[in-house]
Design a protein around this ligand. Structure first.
Ligand code: HEM
Length: 152
């Protein structure tokens, strides 16, 4: 399914721009750098990748078997794979998505380079931790998915 391939792929854009954003914030805080348009652009791309991923995720959620499983929640929550894709992945990623937007607004409305970098580190760092924790990496027991997928 094309949406699944895209969802798997966009994860790497999120990792790329997310890590770049966090590295920028770290060098900003510890290197006492000014907050530049390039810092702003990097976290904008991070946010846009998250927006695209949310959209594809919603398509997967409502066109796949997951949403239906909410009807028999009791039984489905006993299965780790069902529980993960029906609830855990969705909730953690939604929180991450909200925080990336809140983070951009907070940083935009913050005065001073040092304070902007510090808030970037707090918000975007937290977002990255949440996303990394909620991705079904191949080594995750019961819920693991491949590193890459491609169209066939
Ligand atoms: C924002 C960061 C997100 C990341 C990095 C992410 C990453 C992933 C990855 C890597 C997979 C496994 C894909 C595969 O099997 O190759 C996956 C599966 C899935 N994701 Fe996400 N996801 C995100 C957000 C969301 C959101 C917000 C939703 C729901 C609204 C969602 C719904 C799903 C569903 C339903 C599946 C399972 C698809 C299926 O096999 O039927 N994801 N996600």
């Amino acid at each position: 399914m094309a949406a699944l391939v895209l969802h798997s792929l966009v994860r790497w854009f999120i990792m790329f721009f997310g890590l770049w954003t966090v590295v920028n914030a770290l060098t900003g805080v510890f290197g006492k750098r000014p907050y530049t348009p390039s810092d702003n652009r990097t976290n904008l791309f991070f946010m846009i990748s998250c927006d695209i991923q949310l959209l594809i995720g919603l398509i997967l959620y409502f066109t796949g078997p997951w949403f239906d499983k909410l009807k028999d929640l009791g039984n489905n929550m006993k299965d780790a794979n069902n529980r993960f894709f029906t609830m855990e992945h969705l909730v953690m990623m939604l929180v991450a998505w909200i925080l990336v937007h809140v983070g951009r607004t907070v940083v935009k409305n913050t005065e001073g380079d040092a304070a902007k970098h510090k808030r970037s580190l707090i918000f975007f760092g937290l977002v990255m931790l949440l996303i990394i924790a909620a991705v079904p990496w191949p080594f995750r027991e019961a819920i693991g998915r491949p590193w890459f997928r491609w169209f066939n």
